[in-house]
Design a protein around this ligand. Structure first.
Ligand code: NAD
Length: 284
């Protein structure tokens, strides 16, 4: 952890205002975390109905972490819903966390870039798309970096800072400095499928599910890995991440290996883990 804290030390970059686009699972929680850490945050989505659940989660986070009503109120005031995206022009960091779709991200980047401050960070939170493909529409493609948070944002200290080939080293250093500024640990990684963490995690979770296919109970697999020292078993982790997402990641990262039966069956039946109430386990 000490080594990770060192990344970004040589950058003078300090952010005051973050603009987040996409108020879903990730964008909403990234915005809340940045507001908790003292930054002004504008949060953009397609309509207010999409932003409302993120604000509700932020409220719960602020109350839990800050306790004092005045501090909670101040954090709340720093988090500003912004349907029109007016915050883009003032932001020091712009983080894209919209649907995982190249065309959608292209259209967004085209409209963002001309409105951004010239030295602001432009970042994508993508888990699986190549930055090299996403940046083709930019006038300054070298400025795009990956700032890849993990779910749930408030609990996961590590953030991967993704450097595509030919990226501006100053932008990567500034991104590391920003991640440190919000009290997370930046891990610089190259642009590669799964970056580092998911490239390691996906085969581990799939191997656990193959054991389930072979008749081992999910609880037994999880208990074994808990006893080994993991904070959470791999099957419970898959339920937490979402089984549809675990399946997509597995497809991308498992070198064409057939997905475990226990996983495909559940996804086909709409049993997606915690978010649907049922996965390998029942969640109430
Ligand atoms: P999500 O579906 O929960 O949220 C996406 C949000 O983006 C929606 O609210 C949608 O209305 C909004 N949106 C779509 N197009 C938009 C546009 N043009 N302008 C404004 N808002 C728009 O998705 P998510 O799970 O939060 O994932 C978002 C990104 O984060 C993806 O790139 C994904 O790969 C990445 N990511 C996801 C996870 C995860 O565990 N879910 C983890 C790390 C990274």
């Amino acid at each position: 952890q000490e080594r990770l804290k060192g990344f970004g030390k040589d950058s003078e970059f300090v952010a005051q205002h973050v603009h987040v686009i996409g108020a879903g699972v990730m964008g909403g929680d990234i915005a809340a975390w940045c507001a908790l850490r003292g930054l002004t945050v504008t949060l953009q989505d397609q309509n207010l109905e999409r932003i409302a659940p993120a604000i509700k989660r932020a409220d719960a986070l602020f109350r839990k972490k800050l306790r004092e009503p005045l501090k909670v109120r101040a954090a709340f005031d720093r988090l500003i819903p912004d349907l029109a995206g007016a915050g883009v022009a003032r932001a020091d960091v712009v983080i894209e966390a919209i649907f995982e779709n190249v065309e959608a991200k292209h259209a967004l980047f085209k409209s963002l870039e001309p409105r951004m401050k010239p030295d602001a960070i432009l970042a994508s939170n993508t888990s699986s798309l190549k930055l090299e493909d996403l940046r083709t529409v930019l006038a300054r493609p070298e400025r795009l970096v990956g700032i890849h948070f993990f779910n749930p944002v408030a609990m996961m200290p590590l953030v991967e800072v993704v450097e595509a080939a030919g990226a501006d080293p100053a932008a990567v250093r500034a991104a590391c400095a920003f991640v440190k500024q919000i009290d997370k640990l930046p891990l610089p990684v190259k642009s590669a499928p799964g970056f580092l963490v998911n490239a390691v995690l996906a085969p581990y979770m799939l191997a656990a599910m193959r054991a389930v296919d072979e008749g081992v109970a999910p609880e037994t697999v999880d208990e074994a890995m808990l006893a080994f020292g993991m904070p959470m078993g791999p099957i419970e982790l898959a339920d937490t991440v979402g089984l549809d997402i675990a399946m997509a990641a597995g497809k991308q990262l498992a070198d064409g290996a057939v997905a475990p039966r226990c996983l495909t069956q559940r996804v086909e039946q709409g049993q997606l883990g915690k978010k649907s109430g049922q996965g390998f386990y029942t969640w109430t």
